[in-house]
Design a protein. Sequence first.
Length: 155
Amino acid sequence: MAQEPKVRAVADQIIEVMPDWVNTMIHLNGLIADRMSVVPTDFQCLHAIVQNGPTTAGAVAQRVALTPGSVSRSIDRLEAADCVRRVPDPGDRRRALLEATPEGLQKISGYYEGLTKRTRDDLNAFSGDELKSILRFVSASRVSAEAAVQDLRGE
């Protein structure tokens, strides 16, 4: 279905500003990672642990598309920053699982507190229906970005 010209113009504007938003978020994550003595990709690992944890390092590596060695170094840094800990796997005593620590999550939340407040203030300007549309767009954009990653991996 073709978009009317005014709607297409707004869609084009959204597409145009998204890279600046993404780059600003990358910059923010880099600054926070630096303050925590980790690297930005460590946050990807931590996010995978929070979303799937307790989980194995191998599962984290698969989720974030890093080598097992890279994930191991990330886990070491996150552990040194008190963000994750290794716990025994109840199903296999020879293996450890990774879980986020409450202290680490609280520390990270503190760094994002200002952004979270500003984002909530920004979202307060929208109606419930508009928020549902924004959520639908963000969710669809994530799926599209994941498809683009898969396309590039397949080349």
